[in-house]
Design a protein around this ligand. Structure first.
Ligand SMILES: Cc1cc2nc3c(=O)[nH]c(=O)nc-3n(C[C@H](O)[C@H](O)[C@H](O)COP(=O)(O)OP(=O)(O)OC[C@H]3O[C@@H](n4cnc5c(N)ncnc54)[C@H](O)[C@@H]3O)c2cc1C
Length: 420
């Protein structure tokens, strides 16, 4: 086993770290000031100027679309294993991935288009996304049904001549609050009478198609996450050309399986970055504050938590790297146990470390003078987004039990369903 980063990754890491020192960390305050100024001026749903200023610098520095797997359009693309340490760095500042055109849900959506869209659709939508000119949203979850079971998705996609007509209501459509969000990938039912996993399809829907109403933004623990946003969207008799169907009718599950692997591991890589940063803040604060005659860092409980945080971050990173390695070498399908494991482990580790860091900060830790509360809120959502913990744990348990099914088949009855 070789734990060294390749020379190419080492060099890119150095370049990315230098970019962070020069352009990202010094602008953290400015980002929040600009958002606040937009809010006070009455419209926070506009692109952040700072990010637009930094994008050309990232491109010049060769730090653009780093998430993109090797393909015809990206001959220099990175493997998941190569991308992991770079994505982790971006996780240290939650708004930074967009500077490098590496933010969710665009990365997952771009990968979906790259894998499953026709060349004409790629030219129309993937190219401007790769250039960072437009943004995208993924519309699966619905208020009316338990969406962690994607077979429940009820939105209808019906063929009408050379068009499809779409009717349904979606919510938690992340990124759809941004005025640059021009394209939606919509999941819905084309054939309710087909087999359980052949009913759903995915189709491209331009955001300005008549019949689409963005009804409201949802908040996360009170944060609106503007200008990105998590929106509730109504689709009423929305007509799109039949060519917008991805891969073919009834193949939505197949696409979801392909899309969610990379999307999930990217979240995990960023979770590790934010956990590292929280641990740094925890150490610095505990060294700087004296209580009951000694620095908080000298209290046994603080040291215990610092040590535990270091152990858990290292474990989460190694599991993420293993999952990334398997995705690269044996494919997302075979790596499904590792992807599910890391999707449970990484956000929970990050939440624990951020919580301990908040505790060390005292009341200041939950205020907006420090980033910890915001980080915690975001990490908490990852225990739902891209599948709740329980669903991933069920999948892990099923795979584990399956290893022993021949021995104890009578004792264990397994539902014949696919994991999410
Ligand atoms: C910040 C944020 C951003 C999001 N972005 C997007 C997005 O861009 N696009 C999109 O389509 N969706 C998005 N989502 C939605 C997310 O994917 C769903 O919330 C998730 O899939 C769960 O679906 P649900 O909310 O309908 O929960 P439900 O399906 O109603 O489940 C509720 C709870 O039931 C329990 N449960 C479910 N299944 C099982 C099981 N098998 N075993 C045990 N317990 C179980 C779990 O505790 C679960 O949390 C986002 C969510 C958040 C919070």
């Amino acid at each position: 086993m070789d734990f060294e980063y390749s020379p190419k990754v080492k060099e890119m890491r150095e370049r990315l770290l230098a970019f962070f020192d020069q352009h990202i960390y010094p602008n953290e305050k400015r980002f929040h000031q600009e958002l606040q100024a937009n809010r006070e001026a009455g419209n926070v749903w506009v692109p952040v100027k700072l990010i637009e200023e930094l994008k050309p610098l990232a491109r010049e520095a060769g730090l653009w679309n780093l998430f993109l797997p090797r393909s015809k359009r990206a001959p220099e693309g990175l493997s998941n294993l190569e991308y992991a340490p770079l994505c982790e760095i971006m996780g240290r500042v939650p708004w930074s991935p967009e500077v490098f055109n590496c933010s969710a849900p665009d990365t997952g959506n771009m990968e979906t288009l790259e894998r499953y869209a026709s060349e004409a659709l790629k030219d129309q939508w993937l190219e401007p996304l790769l250039r960072g000119e437009i943004r995208s949203a993924f519309l699966m979850t619905e208020p009316g049904v338990a969406s962690s079971d994607a077979t429940n998705i009820a939105c209808r996609i019906e063929r009408d001549g050379d068009h499809y007509v779409i009717n349904g209501t979606k919510w938690w459509s992340s990124g759809a609050g941004d005025p640059r969000c021009k394209i939606y990938i919509v999941m819905g039912k084309t054939n309710p009478d087909a087999g359980r996993h052949e009913q759903q399809s995915m189709i491209l829907v331009p955001a300005d198609t008549p019949g689409i109403t963005v009804k409201r933004h949802l908040t996360v623990f009170g944060y609106d996450d503007a200008p990105h946003g998590h929106m509730e969207i109504e689709l009423k008799d929305v007509r799109v050309p039949a060519e917008n169907m991805l891969l073919g009718e009834g193949r939505g599950f197949e696409i979801a399986q392909g899309r969610l692997g990379p999307g999930r591991i990217h979240h995990c890589m960023r979770s590790i970055g934010v956990a590292e940063r929280a641990l740094e803040l925890m150490c610095k604060r505990s060294l700087s504050r004296v209580a009951f005659g000694k620095p908080v860092a000298r209290q046994g409980v603080t040291q215990e938590r610092i040590a535990e945080a270091r152990c858990e971050i290292e474990m989460a990173r190694l599991l993420t790297l293993k999952a990334a390695y398997m995705m690269d070498t044996v494919g997302n399908k075979v790596a499904k146990a590792e992807i599910a494991m890391i999707k449970v482990v990484a956000p929970n580790v990050a939440l624990k470390v951020i919580d301990w860091a908040m505790q060390v900060h005292g009341a200041a830790g939950v205020s907006s003078d420090f980033p910890l509360a915001n980080w915690w809120a975001h990490q908490r959502t990852l225990r739902f987004a891209d599948g709740p913990d329980e669903v991933h744990r069920n999948a892990i348990a099923k795979l584990e039990l399956a290893k022993h099914m021949q021995v104890s088949a009578d004792e264990i009855s397994m539902p014949v369903t696919r994991g999410s």
